[in-house]
Each structure stands twice: as C-alpha cells, then as structure tokens.
Design a protein around this ligand. Sequence first.
Ligand SMILES: [Zn+2]
Length: 252
Amino acid sequence: MRFWQRRGVRRWVVLGIIAAPIVAAALVGYYRWWAGQVNQALSRTVAGRRVLVDPGHGGIDPGVIRGDLLEKDINLAISLELKKLLQEAGMTVLLTRETDIDLCYSKEEEETGRRKKLDLRSRVALTETFGAEIYLGIHTNASTIAGCKGPQTFYRSASNPDGGRLAALIQEELSKVSPTVRQAADVNNQFMLKTLKIPAVTVEVGFLSNGQDAAKLVRPAVQRRLAWAIFTGTVRFFAEVPEEQPAPGNGR
Ligand SMILES: [Zn+2]
C-alpha cells in the first residue's frame, strides 16, 4: 500500500483540505486587524505633524551636474515621493518647490551669489511661516574622490538638540536601503541648519560623483526606497519626540 493510501494519512489530507481555507481566512483576518492597529497607532503618532520638505536647488541653480544628470531633478523627484508618503500617513506637508524653479522672486536679481542668498532666505521664511515642526532638506552629494558613495545626513546640534536624533534615525533607515558606513554628522557650515531653530536635517541621498550611486539615484524605484527611508526615520522621530503641548491657560 502506498504511503498516501493509508487510512490515517488520507484522514489528515482530508482534514487539511477542509482546514486550510479556515486557517487562511483566520490569518487574513488577523493581518487586517493588526494592520488596522498599526495604522491607528501611526496616525495617533504623526497626524497633523507639520513637515517642511525642501528639494535643494532648482531653476537656474542645478546643484551638482554629472553629464545630463542634475542634482535639482533628483532632489525634486525624491521630495515629491516623500511628500506623498508623509501625507498618506496624515502629516501636514509643505514643499518649498514642486517644480523646477528657484526661490528668488526678484526678476532683476541676476547676480548668482546674491540670487542664491535670497533663494535660501525664502526657504527659511517658508519654513517659519508654515510653522514646520521639522525641516528636511533633500540634496545629492558630490566629491572629488570618486570612491565616495552612500547617503549621509547632516544636522547642527547648536541650533536644536533634537536635530541630531532626527538625523541619526533617518541615517539608520537610509543605511538599510542603501548600505553605507556613513554616519549622521554635526556640521556648522550650512546656512539652513544654522538659521533654523527647529530640528533640521540635510539629507544627502548619495553621490552623483560616484558612478554606482549615480546609476541608482536616477531609478524611480530607488528614489521611492530612499523616500521611504526618510519617511520611516521621520515617523520614528515623531514617535519619540512628543508634540509640544500648548502652555496651560489661566484656568477659566
Ligand atoms: Zn545640493
């Protein structure tokens, strides 16, 4: 008698066939319940949190150039993906630009250095008037050393003590999708990080000067993964750093 023709075995096979859909339905039900719990927890954590996303450069300022690849385009593509993710999670998001423009509104101001200054000041003004709780500047790096690659985050601890935590969490998530030995770095030479007083991070998503990084950075799937990493770091930060409560009233 063959193994599967034995009575005991047949009974188990029949039982298995009957039970499989029930077990599958139970698992799907459990998964839905669990996903609902996660969603609820997520929206409690981040709903209404105000995030300013700043795609670096734009318009006459291309940022880093590699052949026909321009930093400003990569920054914008990732920022638009990031905005989608943050909004879907219930956050209130403002992008400093959603198209290929700079933020110097003076038409006469053609001198590049001066234009850049006004552009950066507009980005600060937008962040402040929006009432952003955190600032995420999105950039692409370059180095004269061709071997330099991988994403890196920057913050300035002297401006805000929580900036370093935000940078570290985003760095951790970025390192998962684009493995690197780079660490979040405390810097003192970036205008946006020096000027803003909220937790502020510059995310350099990779090196356009590195062939491997450049080939990855233009791929929409990679851009989505990088945006996802920045999003996840942001959610983790808000989960750790509670929303500031308004000062208690006069008890009326
Ligand atoms: Zn840049």
